[in-house]
Ligand binder design. Sequence first.
Ligand code: BGC
Length: 700
Amino acid sequence: MKKEKLDQLLEKLSLEEKVGQLVQLGPMFFSEGGEITGPMQAMDMTKTELYQIGSVLGTHTKEEVKNIQSTYLEHSAHGIPLMFMADVIHGYETIFPIPLALASSFDPSIVKEMARLSAKEATSAGVHVTFSPMADLVRDPRWGRVLESNGEDPLLNATLIKAYVEGYQGDSLLDPETLAACVKHFIGYGEAEGGRDYNTVDISDLVLYQNHLPAFKAAIDAGVKLVMTSFNTIRGIPATGNRWLLQDVLRRDLNFDGVIISDWASVHELINHRVAADKRDATFKAANAGVEIDMMTDNYQHHLVDLVKEGLISEEFINQAVMHVLQLKNDLGLFEDPYRSLDKHPEKEIIEVELRAESRRIASQSMVLLENQQAILPLQKEDQLALIGPLAESHDLLGAWSWIGKTEQSVTISEGLLSKTKQIEMVKDRHDYVKLKYVDKVIVALGEHSEETGEGGSKTEITLPQEQIDLLKEVYKWNQNIIVVLINGRPLDLTEIKMYSRAILEAWFPGSEAGNAIADVLYGDVNPSGKLPMSFPRSVGQVPLTYNMMSTGRAINEYNHTQKYVSKYLDNENTALYPFGYGLTYSNVKLSEVEVIDKGDNVTVNYTLINPSMLDAQEVVQLYVKDIVTEVARPERELKYFEKVFISAGASKKCSVNLTSEDIAYYHPDLIKKADDGTIELYLGLDSQAPLIGSWHYKA
Ligand code: BGC
């Protein structure tokens, strides 16, 4: 539909009909053909109001979408189709690894492919918009939603968020296999105090701009269609009612001109935050701030019209908000075809075959090998194995936000291993422990339950349960050739696990093809290449702990670490057990011929990667900078470049990176981003503890 036609349509709508477009409800409201029962009654909603709403959240099947859309269109006055939104986070029915695992690939092409395929499957079930990607930067593994994040680094986060948006949205939303993306949660949600979900957030503007904005900016620059506001406070005001945040930062500074949607009931929760007196006040605060769609409450439905009539909310705002919604429907081609993506896809079975194969490949690229003492891995064909542990035969491998995925259809670790070898004992109880003694290697499958991470999944302890640690110790008595495979959704304190294992494979929640992908990595059919997107602390007491902590007045070093009045713990080290960017391959790839060419306003670093092994490998080369003197305190080091490089067995490869002023620009106290002249130390390596390779004397 042409823009003029959209304008004409908008003009035809009554104020009530316009407000309807800004209301989003669940499919249960339509479950009895719009009869006034249950949810509608609870919201005191009329049939007319129901047939004016703009969008629906959380349908399950294409039949459901078809029914709701056709019933709605029969009753609605102007034939404006509904838009269907859902949380397609890491797959729809075929589940891919959790986002934190995808981030471990350090590979935007992996993320993009995952998003493209998820969109393909979700659109075949009628979804138009996904509430993904989550761009919240996270520094606290106690927070359950760490699983949905890209971890602790702004550059990695921004790079991958762009890839998500490109993958979901493709080249044009008129392509029925694409989804419109909604980046969330704007903003700072990952900084919930104490890692407790929905808790207060209180961060400085510098932290907000430097750490949190880049990923949202990347999404917006990539053309993301919607932004979801977060539950938390920023500068003391909940994001959903924060005019400065939504107008000055999001609309003006980030130049966003798409739809702003609230999070689930976050308009109403302004009352719980005690910044709004009642529903009418909450509606006023949210609309005045600029929230356009009210997700899952009746606040807008029942109060926005009056607020406009009383002149408290301008009709201009309503028109702009409705136009954003209509424009999105138009971008999706819904006016031409309200059933846009239904019945346009290949057969479900064909889609599934492609997605399963890619899910397996992507999962194997997302795992992080944390230990491999005496090269106990990869497993050899002739190895006699035992498999033990609570995750050995479990199907709980999908992780949170896989509500359409079928848990029972995931490939277990035992199934995956059995497809590669018959020389494996399944050790199920104490009577079987004696078998452990006679095998070459024991695989111990440990981890978290999927309910322990995700929304509402915060924890105060980040060790594995005592029974699992006891089991590991018991196995150790019988056989010390232990390979631990971890299924989990957050950085864990692995101090004890490390003491009793020779290899540790961090498999995260790998998704539908979990067991196959794990077996591929354990047997070396896939050379592991994942890197940690978050630091793994030695103890929960160190949290928050990131590689990019700020410089302090009393940092410890090799000379002062025994002194008392320095920044340290009495009972543990400052460093991570496994740092950001860390992960092993089977190839022991080396960096050599590193050369820094300082050209003043830019710098080039040349390097060669050598793969001395008999296996093809991928290594993630990482370049960190430390700006020696800055106007505000800055991180000890910051990632400025990473690249996953493929190197054939026995080969070497020359690579190069160039940094410019943009890479070292930072936010000054006036929130202006610019680079200062001065010395920048450069660190190049294969994790965040990369060694110093030289300096760049930057001069604009
Ligand atoms: C979550 C969002 C999600 C929304 C819709 C909320 O509880 O915070 O991330 O997109 O629900 O399901």
